[in-house]
Design a protein around this ligand. Structure first.
Ligand code: GLU
Length: 295
C-alpha cells in the first residue's frame, strides 16, 4: 500500500458510448478507490479528435452518474492540455531522449510491430509529417500487476522506440496518459487488460519523468458469447439508464463480487455501498470473462 492517499481514475476515450465492458472497468476502478477511502477522478482522453464522436463525452458522464459512480473534482480534458505535452516533447527532443521519425505507415507495418530505431541516428529536424519517438534502452521492464501477477517486456526487442507524437501531430496516448497520471497524483491505475501491453512503455516514460509509477490492476476484458471482445466497434448496445441496477448487478457478477440475495432488486446506491465495503480483488477472474448473453 502506498503511504500517500489513494488516488484512482477512470480515463475514457469519447469515441463512442459507454458499453458494458467499459462499465466493468470503471466500476472496478471506482470500487478499488472507494474501498481504500481514496479519491476517484475522471479524465476524458479526447486527443485523437478524428475518433471523438460528438455527444459521446456527455453520454459517458451521464451514464456514470446514473450508475452512482460519482467522481471527485473537476473533469480533466486532454484536449485542453496539449501545451503541456508539447513542452515535455520539446525537452526530450532537446536532451536527446526523443527524436523525429519520418518512417511511413508501410515501413512501420513492414517492421512487424517493433520499431527498429531506423531514424534514431538520422538527426532529422522538426518538419510537417514527422513523428516523435522516445528511445528505449536494451532493458527488461517489469512490474507486478495486482491481479495478473508479474509481467515483463524487453523494451528494445519487444516494444521498440515509443511513438509519443504521431505524424499527423496528435499527441500519443502513451505520453498523455503518463503525463496526466503524474500531474493528477494518481497512485493506482485500474483499467482493462487490453492495456497490459502498454504498461512497460508507460513505465519507461515514468522513468524519464523521474517519477514513481503507480500500482496497476488490469481487470479482465468482457467477451461476447461468440468470444469476440466487447467493444464500441462491435456495436454493443449503449447502457439503458432504466436498467441501471440490474446492469450493475451483472457488472459486479463479471468481477465475481457476489452481493447477497437480499440485495436483488436493490437500487444502485445500495448495491454500490455493499460493493465498496466488500470489494475483493482476489475474487476477480484474471482471464477474459465470457458473457452468458448479449448486453
Ligand atoms: N483512454 C483509454 C481507453 O479508453 C484508457 C486509458 C487508461 O486507462 O490508461 O482505452
Amino acid at each position: 500500500m502506498h503511504a500517500q492517499p489513494y488516488v484512482g481514475r477512470f480515463a475514457p476515450t469519447p469515441s463512442g458510448h459507454l458499453h458494458f465492458g467499459s462499465l466493468v472497468a470503471a466500476l472496478a476502478s471506482y470500487l478499488d478507490a472507494r474501498h481504500h477511502h481514496g479519491s476517484w477522478l475522471v479524465r476524458v482522453e479526447d486527443l485523437d479528435q478524428p475518433r471523438v464522436v460528438s455527444g459521446a463525452t456527455d453520454h459517458i458522464l451521464r451514464t456514470l452518474e446514473c450508475y452512482g459512480l460519482e467522481w471527485d473534482g473537476d473533469i480533466v480534458y486532454q484536449s485542453q492540455r496539449i501545451e503541456l505535452y508539447e513542452t515535455v516533447l520539446a525537452q526530450w527532443l532537446a536532451n536527446g531522449k526523443a527524436y523525429y521519425c519520418d518512417c511511413s505507415r508501410q515501413q512501420i507495418a513492414a517492421y512487424g510491430g517493433v520499431y527498429p530505431g531506423t531514424c534514431r541516428t538520422r538527426g532529422l529536424t522538426s518538419a510537417a509529417d514527422r513523428a516523435v519517438r522516445v528511445r528505449v534502452p536494451n532493458t527488461v521492464m517489469g512490474f507486478v500487476d495486482r491481479l495478473q501477477g508479474p509481467m515483463e517486456q524487453a523494451l528494445e526487442s519487444e516494444v521498440g522506440d515509443i511513438a509519443v507524437r504521431r505524424r499527423d501531430g496528435v499527441i500519443a496516448y502513451q505520453l498523455a496518459v503518463v503525463a496526466d497520471d503524474i500531474h493528477q497524483g494518481v497512485t493506482d491505475v485500474v483499467r482493462g487488460a487490453d492495456l497490459l501491453d502498454s504498461t512497460p512503455r508507460q513505465l519507461w516514460l515514468y522513468h524519464l519523468f523521474q517519477q514513481p509509477a503507480p500500482r496497476y490492476l488490469h481487470v479482465p476484458l468482457i467477451m461476447r458469447p461468440d468470444g469476440e471482445k466487447l467493444s464500441k466497434r462491435l456495436g454493443s448496445a449503449p447502457l439503458e439508464p432504466s436498467l441501471a441496477a440490474a446492469t450493475l448487478w451483472r457488472a459486479l457478477a463479471a468481477l465475481r463480487q457476489s452481493p447477497p440475495a437480499r440485495l436483488r432488486g436493490a437500487g444502485v446506491r445500495e448495491l454500490l455501498a455493499w460493493a465498496v465495503k466488500h470489494w475483493r480483488v482476489e475474487s476477480i477472474p484474471p482471464k477474459p470473462h465470457l458473457l452468458e448473453s448479449s448486453v
